[in-house]
Design a protein around this ligand. Structure first.
Ligand code: DCP
Ligand code: CA
Ligand code: CA
Length: 357
């Protein structure tokens, strides 16, 4: 039996702000763009639960948030500070994991199948994780426990705020099938919209459809959606980047869904990576692509080759393949990263040109 958990921090950016300014607690706190007395552009990154009572939420225009609660405390995004707090949380979580996969700045999946023999042990473990995060960082989180990543993620949503929710394998289908489609994990906004237009309202409607029909609509991704709707998710909790790796990241000036822009960024990073690995006399066998979405969720996908390569063309080709395989144009992309690992000293023969030289 697999036991998977998703640990997700509550109102993360705003909770970090409350932590260093305790006088903010119990006040509505909105983190995001400058509201400029209602004339500001840009959006709300997040807000605390006090502010949510006024209808404010992530992604909303900051001007609208200002209209809803002009005397809320508006704060700019301090990404470096949140990254630091994130690192502290992730170190704690890793200590409880058989396998660990960071999925966002504020969330991680862990596989605990080895250390939790049954669901009651899993619950105890979750309580300890939650307590240790609270004690060592002062930050609240929620934890979802389930037989796979999909259910763990959706259980965590249901546990919020500041809770723990366990959904056993035998309860999983019923748990998700009454939810509206946009709540189904792995299905982005545009896909949900297409499904709705095709007459699907709930997850159950999708589950009762056929894989064929969904594949007609979405290609091979349709088969995955069908599985998700049936509470099936075989994907493993994947350990993140290997320790020894070389990579680059590009944050776009404006969040984008333009894959050509992403490809250009990939090509540029591939060239820089090539220069770095060559200067160290290294070759790689694995390329990892990282996408950070506008909502700070992160996705890492890797692919390996059975020989050692070192050219930027090879890096870019593999990274682009990953991009097209896994990016469904569903979400705006904030940052793209490329990383090579499986590094070996490149003993190789001298290149022909060097002999001819
Ligand atoms: N974020 C953002 N823009 C979004 C969504 C999120 O900038 N549209 C940032 C701010 C959040 C952080 O990512 O604090 C984590 O996002 P979550 O979706 O996990 O939301 P919160 O942690 O803020 O709240 P919750 O308690 O609902 O998890
Ligand atoms: Ca969160
Ligand atoms: Ca999150």
């Amino acid at each position: 039996m697999r036991v998977i958990m998703l640990i997700d921090m509550d109102y993360f950016f705003a909770a970090c702000e409350e932590l260093r300014r305790p006088e903010l607690k119990n006040k509505p706190v909105v983190v995001g763009a400058d509201p400029k007395k209602g004339k500001g552009r840009g959006v709300v990154s997040t807000c605390n639960y006090v502010a949510r009572k006024y209808g404010i939420h992530s992604g909303m225009p900051i001007s609208m948030a200002y209209r809803l609660k002009p005397d809320a405390v508006f704060l700019p995004v301090d990404e470096d500070y949140y990254e630091q707090m994130s690192n502290k949380v992730m170190e704690i979580v890793k200590g409880f994991a058989d396998r660990f996969e960071q999925a966002s700045i504020d969330e991680a999946f862990i596989d605990v199948s080895q250390r939790a023999k049954d669901y009651s042990e899993a619950l105890e473990l979750a309580k300890r994780i939650k307590q240790e995060i609270a004690e060592k960082t002062g930050l609240p989180c929620s934890i979802g426990i389930g037989p796979n990543k999909l259910i763990a993620k959706m259980a965590c949503e249901a546990a919020k705020p500041n809770g723990i929710k366990l959904v056993k394998e035998e309860e999983a289908k019923e748990f998700i099938q009454n939810m509206p489609i946009e709540k189904l994990y792995g299905v982005g906004k545009k896909t949900a919209e297409k499904l709705k237009q095709a007459g699907f309202a709930t997850v159950k409607d999708v589950a009762n459809s056929s894989p064929m029909k969904l594949m007609d609509m979405f290609g091979s991704y349709g088969a995955e959606i069908y599985k998700y709707a049936n509470a099936i998710d075989d994907s493993e909790v994947e350990e993140s980047y290997e320790v020894k790796s070389i990579g680059r990241e590009t944050t776009f000036e404006k969040d984008t869904e333009d894959t050509e822009k992403m490809e250009k960024a990939i090509e540029k990073m591939a060239q820089e990576i090539e220069a770095e690995i060559k200067s160290q006399g290294l070759a790689f066998s694995t390329v990892t692509l990282k996408l950070r979405f506008a909502n700070f969720d992160e996705h890492l996908k890797s692919t390996s080759i059975n020989y050692a390569a070192s050219s930027s063309e090879e890096i870019a080709k593999l990274a682009k393949q990953l991009l097209h395989e896994y990016y469904h144009g569903d979400e705006l992309v904030r940052k793209v990263g490329v990383r090579v690992s499986g590094l070996k000293k490149f003993k190789g023969q001298k290149r022909l040109s060097e002999f001819i030289g």
